[in-house]
Design a protein around this ligand. Structure first.
Ligand code: SF4
Length: 284
């Protein structure tokens, strides 16, 4: 309840992003956070509005740049729980470089991607997650490019927490976000979040028919990276649950020399107006 504010989302009725918002709010409450202990940093897209719909610190940043800002926030104040969020176009097209390097850096933030396989805010163009042959205004004859496989990509660049969920599975999604927040390192959670207005292929019914829960696969072991990769390839990436977790690898913060000392946000820098003027002049 305490993570709700009085801003009414302007997503289309039925958009999957509503459930992602609710899951973040529940997960934050379940792990015992207070609103002033959480920062939600979003990119641009329909999903990017989410930072304004959660009672917490928030920053609605620019396209593909939620992760650099989220990492800066975490490094300046490690006492905050930092969530980054955005859509598949935001994170896997313009922001892909940041996604790859934040993953391999293993900085302790949780990145939630609302994956609807289309650009919704700009009224329905093919995204890097659209399947080959996908027809939109930008690819009227069908996309000739292959879709990115974000979970395999994350595993291949050294991710320590990789999970996938479906916005209809509120309970599972909430549990995964809680696990991502508790994970001491970078956690990537890709959420199939249908765009009911522009994507008439990857609908709620389509996901219900095509997704496999990892919990139904006998002996699935999320600590086994090889099994994770093989399972993703076998199911064409259409699995939900905790795909892989490595709790042994230290986070970026643990490896940075001196980081255990007082967070920058709490430091008394004792800057005078003259110091401030001199510093700003250096950047002019
Ligand atoms: Fe959601 Fe699609 Fe509407 Fe955007 S256009 S709010 S993604 S349903």
């Amino acid at each position: 309840k305490e993570f709700r504010n009085n801003v009414k989302p302007n997503w289309c009725p039925g958009c999957g992003d509503f459930s992602v918002q609710a899951s973040i709010q529940r997960a934050a409450a379940n792990v015992g956070l207070e609103p002033d202990q959480l920062a939600v940093i979003s990119g641009i897209g329909c999903s990017g509005r989410i930072s304004g719909y959660i009672q917490s610190y928030g920053f609605h940043s620019i396209h593909g740049r939620s992760l650099p800002i989220a990492q800066g926030v975490k490094m300046a104040n490690r006492e905050l729980t930092v969530l980054a969020s955005g859509g598949d176009g935001d994170g896997f097209a313009i922001g892909m470089g940041h996604t790859v390097h934040a993953i391999r850096r293993n900085i302790d933030i949780t990145y939630i991607v609302m994956d609807n396989q289309i650009y919704g805010l700009t009224k329905g163009q093919t995204s890097p997650r659209s399947a080959a042959g996908f027809k939109t205004k930008s690819t009227p004859s069908g996309s000739i490019e292959q879709a990115i496989s974000p979970m395999e990509m994350a595993l291949s660049v050294g991710a320590t927490f990789v999970a996938q969920s479906f916005s209809s599975d509120l309970k599972d999604l909430t549990a995964l976000i809680e696990a991502g927040i508790r994970h001491k390192g970078f956690s990537l959670i890709n959420v199939f979040s249908p765009c009911v207005t522009y994507n008439k292929i990857n609908t709620y019914d389509w996901f219900k028919e095509n997704l496999t829960k990892l919990s139904t696969i006998e002996d699935y072991d999320p600590n086994n990276k090889e099994m994770a990769m093989q399972t993703l390839m076998k199911h064409d990436g259409l699995v939900t649950g905790l795909i892989y977790q490595n709790t042994e690898q230290p986070s970026y913060q643990e490896l940075v020399s001196g980081y255990s000392e007082e967070p920058l946000a709490a430091a008394n820098l004792e800057l005078t107006q003259d110091d401030f003027d001199r510093l700003t002049a250096e950047f002019m």
